[in-house]
Design a protein around this ligand. Structure first.
Ligand code: NI
Length: 254
């Protein structure tokens, strides 16, 4: 049993939590979870994210338009989300980024929406939570161009790319993927990553770590991700969780 778990990326507004959301969230502090950043993906989920952050002390909000929703998002949506950032529970602009795996939105539109939100984050002095799936080159170009504070979540790039991100002063988010049998790159990244640049996350309800892979993920599952990274780093699991908690507080100014 661990304490001080900071889940820097979750989606508790997801319909997979509709049946037992409050029961589950209420149970998490007793399972060692101290902080959660819930991420919105469009106007609707940004509003429900904000509502969760207002209901639960330990939940903070990241608001934004995800790559998948870039095409659907209207100017009015973006305007409405922009007005929400002044709420005191808002910790970041996110989840924003590029996804060339699914390509649910045209790439030009993804880039446009991503870049606009990075610029907004810089203006508001908020960190960004970046989604990058099979879009490493364009993601890096935009991060280098605008140099936001923030984290590349569920990091899937190489150790070389991780070094570039660290050089920009950003953080790397690692979740359940590092526990998967076929995880090669995440293990290499964990090996070279300085401890003060690592954030733990779930992406709940997705990316459940082994041995629960395939079931619905929640923030308490971070223990298995932390266990794997601590093993790679040759360190104590609770110590790793504590360091990651400090890192997240520093980035999100909590
Ligand atoms: Ni996510």
């Amino acid at each position: 049993m661990y304490s001080n778990i900071f889940d820097t990326h979750a989606h508790y507004d997801d319909s997979r939590f509709d049946e037992d959301r409050d029961r589950l969230l209420t149970s998490l502090p007793a399972k060692g979870v101290s902080h959660i950043v819930n991420c919105g993906c469009d106007l609707k989920s940004s509003l429900s994210t904000l509502a969760l952050s207002e209901k639960y002390d330990f939940i903070y909000a990241a608001l934004g338009v995800h790559a998948h929703e870039a095409e659907e998002a209207t100017e009015e949506d973006l305007q409405k989300i922009a007005e929400l950032y002044k709420n005191k529970k808002v910790a970041a602009v996110g989840e924003i980024g590029l996804d060339y795996h699914y390509d649910f939105s045209p790439r030009e539109r993804q880039i446009e929406i991503f870049e606009r939100q990075i610029k907004l984050a810089n203006e508001l002095d908020l960190p960004v939570i970046v989604h990058d799936r099979e879009a490493h080159e364009d993601t890096m170009n935009l991060l280098k161009k605008h140099k936001p504070k923030g984290v590349v979540h569920c990091f899937s790039g190489s150790a070389e790319m991780a070094k570039e991100i660290i050089k920009l002063g950003m953080y790397i988010g690692m979740g359940g993927a590092i526990t998967f049998k076929n995880a090669v790159k995440p293990v290499e990244v964990a090996k070279i990553l300085p401890l003060d640049r690592l954030l733990l996350e779930t992406d709940a309800p997705y990316m459940t770590p082994v041995p629960f892979r395939g079931t619905r993920c929640d923030s308490a599952h971070i223990a298995y991700t932390a266990q794997k990274i601590a093993e790679i780093k040759g360190m104590d699991i609770q110590e790793l969780i504590d360091i990651c908690n400090e890192n997240a507080k520093r980035l999100f100014k909590i």
